[in-house]
Write a protein that binds this ligand. Structure first.
Ligand code: PLP
Length: 394
């Protein structure tokens, strides 16, 4: 099996799996309980917070644990919008934001009569900075721009956007879920007011994530998840202690192993793209001119429907867009925002390579580049067969 869907979710890192197995054998109480097993859980939570804070170079008091990125995004967006001054009536989002951001912004805006405005991207998938400069003003409550796109891997100019936003006193939220373990993200973080990260995207367990919020801004957010006052009152509910512990470790490992993971991912991805472009007539790579995550390749083979391609290749795990939207048969909103036609969007397939190349490569110790070329060969020959079956010229 060739598993090239690492942006949808990641396998557990071995060291994280060992930690979780160890924690499963320990009496983990409720971290809010004063007795010994409660105090033990509180310590675990505490050290996970330190790990995340250190990996992100972010103040510990600004790390709010959640169940994942979607929840962190909602807490950040609704919390900001519900406490925004009356004069701030717009939320600005990049056109390529994940649905978690788009939906939370639409919902929060609808509750208070704000307007959501979309910022265009160029054909290369990068935010149009001139359009951002024009759109930002003192009536904007929040700007949301992701660090790296989950479909194309294209990185956004977060520091430049932060400078523009600051001029108008607009807080900037950046969804950085796809960056840890794949790209350096601390410079982006140092520029933003809030960011979100997710455990299952960084080889940690599912069910954990974090909102990183500037401690001063944190005090002004309107809480939207009420309960027992956990996480500074922003996220009520008993913390998922073992998942958060695994997340903390996964974030530390993502920092420690970044250089190695990045180069191994790039070997597989770059070999894949070179091979595919050389064997599949007309194959193109979306966002190829932009700086991208090292593992992500969103490709199109003209005339070949991506769903048919995946259907013809049961040994390949890839995606036709965001995993969350794979059930919805609409073309990728990210590609449409880049000006790609609906027909070509329908012919587009996202591959996101793991640090070890592919599952097959891990099992058989293939070199990363070999694995990348093998995936390209599989796709190239399946595309050729599909074209022949349709009677199209090769
Ligand atoms: N943002 C981005 C860029 C993502 O890729 C994802 C996952 O698909 C999410 C948000 C949602 O993350 P989670 O599954 O942790 O809620």
């Amino acid at each position: 099996m060739y598993t090239c869907d690492f942006n949808a979710t990641t396998p557990l890192h071995n060291s994280v799996a060992e930690l979780l197995a160890e924690l499963a054998r320990r009496p983990l109480g409720n971290p809010s309980s004063p007795h010994a097993s409660g105090r033990f859980a509180a310590q675990i939570l505490d050290s996970a917070r330190t790990r995340v804070a250190e990996a992100c170079d972010w103040p510990r008091s600004g790390v709010v644990f959640t169940s994942g990125a979607t929840e962190a995004i909602f807490i950040a967006i609704a919390g900001t919008v519900f406490s925004a001054p009356a004069a701030r009536r717009r939320i600005i989002l990049s056109a390529v934001e994940h649905k978690a951001v788009q939906s939370a912004a639409q919902f929060a805006a609808s509750q208070v009569g704000m307007r959501v405005q979309s910022l265009p991207v160029t054909a290369d998938g990068v935010i149009d900075l001139a359009a951002a400069a024009e759109a930002l003003d003192s009536d904007v409550a929040l700007l949301c721009v992701m660090g790296a796109n989950n479909e194309t891997g294209v990185l956004q100019p977060i520091e430049e956007l932060a400078t523009l936003a600051r001029e108008h006193g607009v807080p900037l939220l950046s969804d950085l879920c796809q960056m840890p373990g794949k790209a350096e993200f601390r410079r982006e973080l140092s520029a933003v007011d809030m960011a979100v990260i997710s455990s299952h995207k960084v080889m940690g367990p599912r069910g954990a994530g974090a909102l990183l919020v500037d401690p001063a801004l944190k005090k002004t957010l309107t809480p939207v998840l009420h309960g027992g006052g956990q996480e500074g009152g922003l996220r009520g509910g008993t913390e998922n202690v073992s998942a958060i512990a695994g997340f903390g470790l996964a974030m530390s490992l993502a920092s420690d192993e970044l250089a190695d993971r990045r180069s191994r991912m790039a070997l597989a991805r770059d070999a894949f793209e070179r091979q595919l472009v050389s064997i599949a007539p007309g194959a193109l790579v979306h966002g190829a001119n932009s700086i991208r995550l090292p593992n992500t390749s969103f490709i199109a083979i003209p005339g070949v429907d991506a769903d048919d391609l995946l259907h013809a290749l049961p040994q390949l795990e890839a995606s036709t867009g965001s995993a969350c939207q794979s059930a919805a048969p609409t073309p990728s909103h990210v590609l449409l925002a880049m000006g790609v036609s609906p027909a070509v969007a329908q012919q587009s397939l996202r591959l996101s390579f793991p640090p070890g190349g592919t599952q097959k490569q891990i099992q058989e110790s293939h070199a990363e580049a070999t694995a990348g070329r093998e995936v390209a060969d599989l796709i190239g020959s399946a595309a050729q067969q599909l074209r022949e079956a349709m009677g199209a010229p090769a």
